[in-house]
Write a protein of this length. Structure first.
Length: 348
């Protein structure tokens, strides 16, 4: 009993220290983890390129990687273009949105029995009294600069990881003189690579499909900036549970501001909710199955924990990082019971 209690204390202290290190070192660790996931995507796309009819098998592996990298780079350019175009269109429609906001505030004031109708000048003065525009602009520019620097760092990490990959297998072979131990490490890494790679590939396909379906729905309703909101919905699909809710709430709030009609916004919310329901309850279980073998409760808790540790990037990384940890825990006798508890049905 004393040995078990001592082991529990040691594990608790280790977990606390590890959490502290992860939180303090998030600026270093988050780009590294994102770079690893990008490498997974590149390798997966290269494998798909190798399966292309006629030319796929004839092209060298380096060409497959080059094509995959070019595809990802092109996708990022398209996403950036959509975001910039949406900002330009949003700026052009500011007078319309301003008028709609004033009208909605006036309608709300009438329902509350406020005698004097609010004006745009009054709303602006109230907002300026609550928010420092200079501080907001400064923080926004700082955030954009940090994001650009983060993308640059991730890109450099990806390049060097792809170069290191050629020697990775040889390094594994020299980790130990025991062939059984080396084979075990290779099996663990292969299992993680296969399952995480499958998860990212299928999740990306589902996100693209959900984004396209959402774009069709938004376009049919006449919502402005439909490509931008479809992009947001597709990205939020990587965040478990909360992403589905935000994928409906955010475009619906924008639709309320655009149309000023609650009925239209409710119909849009229903249509987007149907798309989210079909994706989350039919396509996702059918295609994903039990690929990561995580309990739904564990996924929710991991989402909370990693978001607390790493902020918004942690929400996107929560599932693959937690799944990798569980797969490693399952390989050791001392930690295997914990992996069983974290798994979906107790099978690891």
């Amino acid at each position: 009993m004393n040995e078990r209690f001592r082991a529990l204390v040691h594990a608790t202290v280790f977990a606390v220290l590890l959490g502290w290190v992860l939180h303090v070192g998030r600026d270093i660790l988050v780009p590294v983890v994102f770079a690893i996931l990008v490498v997974y995507v590149i390798i997966g796309a290269a494998r798909l390129a190798a399966r292309l009819p006629v030319v796929g098998a004839k092209l060298p592996v380096q060409v497959h990687y080059l094509l995959a990298t070019a595809l990802i780079f092109g996708a990022l350019l398209v996403l950036g273009w959509v975001a910039l175009d949406s900002v330009d269109r949003l700026v052009a429609q500011v007078p319309h949105y301003r008028a709609q906001l004033v009208w909605m505030v006036q309608q709300g004031a009438g329902l509350l029995g406020i005698e004097s109708e609010p004006s745009w000048q009054g709303i602006r003065d109230w907002v300026l009294g609550q928010v420092s525009v200079q501080a907001l602009a400064g923080s926004t520019l700082a955030w954009l600069g940090a994001m650009l620097a983060g993308f640059t760092v991730v890109g450099l990490y990806v390049v060097f990881l792809m170069l290191e990959r050629r020697h990775f297998d040889a390094k594994l072979g020299r980790l130990s003189d025991d062939p059984g131990r080396v084979a075990r490490v290779r099996r663990i890494i292969g299992d993680i690579n296969g399952r995480i790679g499958t998860y990212l590939a299928l999740k990306t396909a589902l996100s693209v499909l959900l984004g396209f379906a959402s774009w069709v729905i938004l376009a049919l309703f006449g919502v402005e900036l439909a490509p931008f909101w479809a992009l947001v919905i597709g990205l939020l699909n990587y965040v478990p549970y909360i992403g589905s809710v935000l994928g409906v709430v955010l475009p619906v709030l924008f639709a309320v501001l655009q149309f000023g009609d609650l009925k239209t916004a409710l119909l849009l919310a229903g249509a987007l909710s149907v798309a989210q329901f079909l994706n989350g309850n039919l396509l996702d279980p059918y295609l994903m199955g039990n690929s990561l073998n995580l309990s739904p409760f564990v996924i929710l808790v991991s989402l909370t924990v990693w978001t607390a540790l790493w902020g918004v990037p942690g929400a996107f990384l929560a599932v693959p990082v937690t799944a990798s940890i569980v797969m490693v825990l399952a390989e050791f006798d001392g930690s295997r019971p914990l992996a069983v508890l974290l798994s979906r049905k107790g099978e690891v």
